[in-house]
Design a protein around this ligand. Sequence first.
Ligand SMILES: C[S@@+](CC[C@H](N)C(=O)[O-])C[C@H]1O[C@@H](n2cnc3c(N)ncnc32)[C@H](O)[C@@H]1O
Length: 460
Amino acid sequence: MAKINRGDVVECVIDDLAFGGAGVARVDGYVLFVKGAAPGDRVRAHIYKRKSKHAEAEVVEVLEPSPDRIAPPCPLFGRCGGCSWQHVRYERQLVAKQSIVEQSFAHIAGVKDVTVETIAPSPLPLRYRNKMDLTFGYSPEGERTLGFHRPRDYKRILDVDSCLLQPEILDQAVAVCRQFMTDHNLSCYDPVTHEGLLRHLMFRYAACSGEFLTVLASATPETGKEPPYAELAARLREACPGMRGFTWGANDAVADVMRIETILYEEGEGWIEEHLGDVRFRVSAQSFFQVNTLAARLLYDAIAHGLDLDDSQVVLDAYCGTGSIGIYCAAHAQSVWGLELVKEAVWDARSNAALNELTNCRFIAGDIRQTLTLALDGMGRRPDCVIVDPPRGGMHKKALGGLLAMGAPAFVYVSCNPTTLARDVGAILEEGYQLKRVQPVDLFPQTYHVETVCHFQQAP
Ligand SMILES: C[S@@+](CC[C@H](N)C(=O)[O-])C[C@H]1O[C@@H](n2cnc3c(N)ncnc32)[C@H](O)[C@@H]1O
């Protein structure tokens, strides 16, 4: 075992990229996770954390760059916490994601004989995001900024003129908001002192039409010192064609997250319409929708193609959000039952079913551990197919157990976290399901995140 200590600088060759974003190197059998490295690089790396089986390091010098290393297209790369892989060719990012899914199945789930299908690339490697969350704040020099948190710094905000993950029209909208802040000398909220006005800015964009929503959250202004809300809306409408709705709301909570407690000003609509193929969705500012619309269609096709639905089949869409997976499949099924914790998302799901003239969809709000039995009662029989799409942390044991106990012939697990997916796969196989197909889909280029669709079937 190599003698590696915190503070050392070691020379190493990077073999691969890990979930979490770092490059992976081995020095005498000891694993190093090296931030800022590309696979194939020979680097000098500074060890800043040492554990018994691995150490964490960052690149000090690239001695020999990998053929897969490219100049990051964004000048803020490395200073902004948003992207971790812009310095790696997109094709090589896809290879790394494929390998992350394969390794998770082999090493966490202990499933060695599975073939992972070739990852489906995102149609757009840049400018693919339909939702952006920016924060108002201050630079270390005390200047007002509008952008993203610096990595590992919750206090200071990096000014971002152009984000290459968002559509260009939103770069223009950010510029309008920044100019408005300067022209009216508005203060930004400080998460340490809890003083200041402007807090968060959010956009929701429809890839099918180019329309978007703007939502700005500030502290409640003093009476008589309200900023001219309507002027900002007018400036945005003039400079950025396609703005469908504008909301300025108050948020006086301590937690530094985007939310609106009371509406101070609004105009236009509170939603945009998005299309996935022939299926239409109304998406309101706060509701969940996959952030990469074009790749979401590939994801939903991967789910539907493996199912072979017909109009005798009952589908249970668990963790359904605004109902999008179930609604996407509903025209080919007898009925769809959606279960979702957030009641506003369930309202969206119901109106989305109506928008598509579907009368065979039911949605139940509540924690899945409670709503499962309600759904079973409503169906009057076991579902033919269960689809689950849980949050990053994976599924609660009780929820997974309850869904597996329904005994649906087909079970589909959609996951944005290969490690929690691999953990839950073990429990699914133990219940007598066979793993039929694993399809990764890239919804998050330039980051280490990846979606995976797994189709299981009850063993005969
Ligand atoms: C990854 S999203 C999936 C959304 C949807 N399937 C889609 O493709 O747009 C996970 C959803 O699970 C919901 N959720 C989280 N915990 C839940 C629980 N205990 N019971 C029901 N739904 C839950 C979240 O509110 C969120 O909408």
